[in-house]
Design a protein around this ligand. Structure first.
Ligand SMILES: [Zn+2]
Length: 234
């Protein structure tokens, strides 16, 4: 009887390798008898169970359609026309689009996928604005959504389809996020507050621009970058 030199597991006569840690058995006094019975059955990987894409999409469609149908029936039954069920329908349709599109996509890329998601968000916001006569779609909701869409799609494109490193992309994200705050405050001022001075957006702008510049500096300084990577195990 032998034991593994590495992990101490008991070895059967037929074993050339430790069954636990795969250390090779080297023992001049120990003759491997490959005829001897194996102490365990040979390894067979279990077949992975694949769930079909269509059944997942079918289930998700049912999960979206059922509450939509129920709310429209209730709404029309009570009010005689669509009052609030349009919001439920829009929200669920949007959620459905955002979840199902990445599952269903096989030929469209992630940036186009995001573009379609943001287009859906714009349509839903337009519907809400029209229904409640909000008057904030054109001068606020649309430009803010387009701005966020542009930033998110640019960052996604850079990180997925170019060979850029992660650090400069993170730095650019920080700076763009800072300017996004500034743009949102300007749009808020124009749309709702009729104010022509900035109150809060300069603080996040300064913070994120400084953070972005620091990240760009670290990226340009190779010894510092390597030192930080070792320190933070990245
Ligand atoms: Zn072992």
């Amino acid at each position: 009887m032998s034991y593994c030199v590495n992990c101490g597991v008991e070895l059967a006569d037929s074993e050339k390798k430790c069954p636990l840690c795969k250390t090779e058995v080297i023992n001049p006094k120990y003759i491997v008898n490959s005829e001897a019975a194996m102490p365990y059955p040979p390894y067979r990987p279990s077949p992975s169970q694949k769930v079909s894409k269509n059944s997942v999409i079918g289930l998700l469609s049912l999960m979206a359609l059922l509450p939509i149908a129920l709310s429209v029936i209730c709404d029309v039954g009570i009010n005689g026309r669509i009052v609030w069920s349009g919001f439920v329908t829009g929200a669920l349709a949007l959620l459905y689009l955002i979840i199902v599109l990445p599952i269903a996509k096989s030929k469209i890329d992630s940036v186009t996928c995001l573009g379609i998601d943001f287009a859906g968000i714009i349509v839903y916001l337009y519907y809400i604005d029209r229904t409640i006569e909000g008057g904030w779609f054109l001068n606020f909701a649309l430009p803010v959504t387009l701005l966020v869409a542009a930033v998110v799609m640019l960052i996604t494109f850079l990180s997925l389809y170019t060979k850029s490193e992660k650090l400069p992309i993170a730095a650019l994200t920080m700076i763009l996020f800072g300017f996004m705050n500034l743009a949102i405050e300007i749009l808020l001022n124009i749309a709702f507050l009729t104010r022509d001075y900035l109150v809060w957006s300069l603080y996040p702008l300064a913070t994120f621009v400084i953070l972005g510049i620091v990240l760009f500096y670290i990226n340009a300084n190779k010894p510092l970058k390597e030192k930080l990577q070792k320190k933070f195990f990245i």
